[in-house]
Write a protein that binds this ligand. Structure first.
Ligand code: BGC
Length: 517
């Protein structure tokens, strides 16, 4: 392991090199993988609120909505088939993320992104041309496979390409693209809903080919990461690539570290068995709970169903889609706050502030709905009252957008040591997709049964996760990934899982005379 020319920026070990234009563009193109995920999140809610779409594929829901206007507002959209349309994608993504981890490792990150983009493209064509529910759901399964591949490979790619000290910021590029994708989808829905003739939904679904083409074509121009090149035995190419992306010839330290890390990870034959070891318990628990909690904030109730939700609150068709556009704008811009502050304030402060903000605003939405709709679901909102509701929904979205949104992807990606990083990333993606599926599938039924209390249900989870962060998540800001073991050893609770030998072993492995251990 190299020891020499280390630039210490205060956060620990760092390598020479700067943010080159080349690496910036590579990360920018790769991050567009988040665009397909975001587009999809944003498009389905608007489409399922379009009458022509419901009439064609879900006539029962359409009839219920159209003919029986006096029916309970909470239950107007409760249809299992309709929710399968939204949630089938996440089940497909869950399964795909496991296959994707092998493709990402064996063929390299770029081919995983390319494959994801192409499969997503086919799914988009199938959806745009759909003649029946089967075509629709088949299309969504293909979209899901695309998302599974992209979400597995893009964060890994970004982390490997980025200079260590900018990893947080570049990682959040993925979340930025997700939010941009959601906003584009919201805007497109707003426009296509106005198309006369009942084919607006086709345009919305078919336009998913645009982000798919961007990542498919873009990935062809992407260089593979040095880590992946070394892993696949292309040592010379890796050296050349490292020089190019760091903008310096002084890359030997980093190169040697990559080779050593790759050798070390090759010794681990069974990462899945390894991850169960006691010494990895903190990472495993946090790697499972963070994506789980991220979904239990209830954010996707807003992201998938904002137009449906706003309709439930008594808004008209147009106002519902417009409100979804407003929350989309808030979501995108609030994410920039995270980009700017995550390495200064740290992860914990953002998590804790975001949690409190979400809890208060969520409770306000619940209270406002309880006052007007009560448990019967009968009632109507005045303009001012609706305005207040949208305001609190926006404050909630803002809280999520600078805390659990980006950190839900960033933190799991930075806590796993190399030998179990790929297994850890698979767990992160699949837990996230599983609970995205569960929430998407259960939301309309839950709204029908829990009524306004649904918001208190998610609020209760926000209390649990905020307490969890306060007690169990150590600050990871500025800590190099390779030195993360010390963070657990110093933590009041997790220290009991890390023996002195574990830390000692790590120190010897890393071979750093100036290490903090
Ligand atoms: C989450 C998605 C969510 C999105 C909202 C992402 O981090 O994983 O489930 O819809 O943020 O911006």
């Amino acid at each position: 392991m190299a020891g020499g020319a280390i630039v210490n920026t205060g956060g620990g070990k760092d390598y020479p090199g700067k943010l080159t234009v080349f690496v910036f563009f590579a990360c920018f193109v790769a991050a567009t993988g988040g665009l397909i995920f975001g587009y999809d999140i944003g498009i389905s809610g608007g489409v399922t609120s379009m009458e022509s779409f419901l009439e064609k594929f879900f006539p029962e829901v359409y009839r219920k909505e159209k003919l029986d206007t006096s029916t309970n507002q909470y239950c107007r959209f409760d249809s299992q088939l309709l929710t399968i349309f939204t949630s089938s994608l996440y089940l497909a993504a869950l399964v795909a993320s496991f296959c994707a981890s092998t493709v990402t490792r064996v063929l390299g990150r770029k081919w995983s992104m390319f494959g994801g983009g192409v499969v997503f493209l086919v799914g988009a064509v199938l959806n745009g041309a759909a003649k029946n529910v089967l075509m629709l759901i088949l299309g969504r399964i293909l979209l899901g496979i695309g998302v599974g591949f992209a979400n597995q490979s893009v964060p890994v790619y970004l982390s490997e390409m980025a200079p260590a000290r900018l990893r947080g910021m570049l990682n959040i590029g993925f979340q930025l693209m997700i939010t941009f994708g959601i906003l584009c989808a919201n805007l497109i829905n707003y426009g296509t809903a106005k198309i006369k003739g009942g084919w607006g939904w086709r345009v919305s679904l078919a336009l998913a080919v645009v982000p798919a083409a961007i990542i498919s074509i873009g990935s062809l121009f992407l260089p593979d990461t040095p880590n992946s090149l070394i892993e696949r035995g292309h040592a010379e190419q890796a050296k050349k690539m490292l020089r190019r992306i760091r903008g310096t010839d002084d890359i030997l330290d980093e190169y040697n570290d990559l080779v050593a890390a790759s050798e070390e990870s090759k010794l681990v034959k069974h990462p899945w068995a390894n991850i169960m070891k006691r010494k990895y318990r903190p990472q495993l628990v946090i790697g499972i709970l963070i994506p789980f909690f991220q979904q239990l904030t209830g954010i996707n109730v807003i992201m998938f169903y904002a137009p449906v939700l706003f309709k439930t609150m008594g808004f008209g068709n147009d106002a519902s889609l417009m409100s979804a556009v407003i929350t989309g704008i808030v979501n995108l811009f609030a994410t920039f706050i995270s980009v700017l502050t995550v390495d200064k304030l740290g992860r914990r402060k953002l998590f804790l502030e975001g949690g409190v903000q979400m809890l208060i605003s969520q409770s306000m939405v619940g209270i406002l709905m309880a006052i007007k709709l009560g448990t019967s679901g009968e009632g109507h909102f005045s303009k001012a009252y609706s305005g207040f509701l949208v305001l609190f929904v926006c404050i909630y979205v803002m809280g999520f957008a600078w805390s659990w949104g980006p950190l839900g992807w960033l933190v799991p990606s930075e806590i796993f040591p190399l030998e179990i990083r790929s297994a850890g990333q698979s767990i992160n993606v699949s837990v996230n997709m599983l609970f995205t599926f569960v929430i998407a599938q259960a939301f309309l039924t839950m709204l029908c049964h829990l009524k306004f209390a649904l918001f208190f249900f998610f609020g209760a989870w926000v209390i649990v996760m905020t307490i969890f962060i306060a007690l169990f998540l150590p600050e990871t800001k500025g800590v190099p990934i390779e030195e993360m073991a010390l963070v657990w050893k110093k933590h009041w609770f997790w220290c009991r899982f890390i023996s002195d030998d574990d830390v000692h072993e790590r120190k010897v492995e890393m071979g750093k005379p100036n290490s903090a251990f």
